[in-house]
Design a protein around this ligand. Structure first.
Ligand code: CTP
Length: 410
């Protein structure tokens, strides 16, 4: 990370003291660190401590004329290769989600073109509050990289999630963000969310998929330099920045949208939970209640990923399998049957895995029969591990996977 310019925003939480260690580690890694403290942060730790460790003046107040002429908030924003906020309180997260810039740090965040890494730290109940969760989702949607908090005993006396990740863990995350754009030149197609199969004009058949894993995959691929198309079923998530999002509703629409991208794609990651069946015919009018039971005839939907795998030439086709029992046996059978290159399997009954949570516990399966189980981690971190594994797979199979352009000229 030599000579990377990091602007570190420190906001007012007890975890501020850990930011001192973070500065020490970053400076040790030859980064140049400029610290911006909010007024609250300066109540917990003195600017002098940060100044001593970073070897640079600490910016604290947007409206100080001396500081503004010496540091300048736009200069600070422009100089950053990365902006890190650690710890990020619920307050600063809320302000950023609302686009508020009422102090130096929030102004610098809005003004910077650099990637932003947010490491939240707060009380377990504050973190779980739906408004805080909605704000974090907004930040992710705006392309901010939000770290998962650590679990354990909190300064407020509670046990649970909300701890600032340890400084070495944050440094690791920063290193990952500086990693080369190793997906440059790729066109990655990701599907996400559920499909929705209409029964009549007001009812549909769907499933519990939130789309979070697929959106994390789309964001990670864009961050690593790929051109990304996200084909998304209906979700509550904001379309990620830097990604072309194609909204679809039914499995048939998803199939059409994915096939339209397939020729130019280098890889397809089918994270969507596609309904296997749809009602034979959606009723034209709202179905009325009758006296007896109701039977609906379902017909199979196309198996999109199997169709892609059957058509693939240069593309790598990656499937996802959400299972509730016999994870490895079921997942291996899917990998074989659908002729996939790689498969990401998860047992949705495990704590921290599956629907509508920000974490996942997955096992990566390849065609050689190798199963790589990953520990519980954020969906963002899972996405990065999936791409590391994908790049490794391509390196190992260069003869089979040719680039589209090489194939055309051959
Ligand atoms: N998939 C697909 N088209 C479908 C159903 C699933 O492309 N009609 C894809 C999913 O996006 C996923 C993979 O197939 O990448 C596995 O999905 P899953 O629902 O686990 O598998 P199914 O084949 O539907 O098996 P089952 O529901 O019986 O477990």
């Amino acid at each position: 990370m030599e000579k990377q310019n990091i602007v570190l925003g420190v906001t007012g939480g007890i975890a501020c003291y850990k930011a001192l260690e973070l500065v020490r580690l970053l400076v040790q890694d030859s980064c140049s660190v400029r610290v911006v403290m909010t007024r609250g942060a300066a109540e917990f730790v003195t600017p002098l401590s940060f100044q001593t460790l970073s070897g640079a003046p600490v910016a604290t107040d947007l409206f100080s004329l001396t500081q503004e002429s010496e540091i300048g908030h736009i200069d600070l924003a422009d100089s950053a290769d990365l902006l890190v906020i650690a710890p990020a309180t619920a307050n600063v997260i809320g302000k950023l989600a609302a686009g508020i810039a009422d102090d130096l740090l929030t102004t610098v965040v809005l003004a910077t073109q650099a990637p932003v890494l947010v490491a939240p730290a707060m009380n377990v109940h504050m973190l779980a509050h739906p408004l805080v969760q909605a704000n974090l989702a907004k930040l992710r949607g705006a392309g901010y990289h939000v770290m998962e908090t650590a679990s354990g005993s909190l300064a407020c006396g509670y046990e649970g999630k909300g701890r600032l990740p340890e400084p070495p863990v944050i440094v690791e995350e920063i290193r990952a963000l500086f990693r080369s754009k190793d997906l440059a030149g790729e066109h990655i197609v990701v599907t996400a969310g559920p499909s929705r199969e209409p029964l009549d004009p007001v009812r549909y058949l769907s499933n519990r998929s939130s789309g979070k894993m697929g959106y994390a995959l789309a964001r990670a691929a864009a961050r690593r330099g790929a051109q990304v198309t996200l084909v998304s079923g209906p979700t509550a998530l904001a379309p990620p920045t830097g990604v072309r999002t194609v909204p679809v509703v039914t499995a048939e629409e998803m199939r059409g949208a994915v096939l339209a991208e397939f020729e130019s794609a280098t890889a397809v990651f089918m994270a969507a939970a596609v309904a296997d069946y749809r009602p034979h015919a959606a009723a034209a009018q709202k179905m009325k209640r009758g006296d007896g039971s109701l039977s609906v005839e379902f017909v199979p939907n196309p198996d999109i990923v199997a169709e892609l795998a059957a058509r693939k030439r240069h593309q790598v086709v990656v499937g996802f399998a959400a299972e509730t029992e016999s994870l490895l046996a079921n997942a291996r059978a899917k990998l074989e049957k659908k002729n996939l290159d790689l498969l990401v399997a998860n047992d949705v009954t495990q704590v921290g895995s599956g629907f509508d949570v920000d974490t996942n516990v997955v096992t990566l399966l390849d065609r050689d029969g190798t199963a790589t189980p990953l520990p519980l981690m954020s969906k963002d971190a899972v996405a990065d591990r999936v791409y590391d594994w994908y790049l490794q797979y391509k390196k190992q199979s260069p003869r089979r996977i040719k680039s589209p352009s090489r194939r055309r000229t051959a």
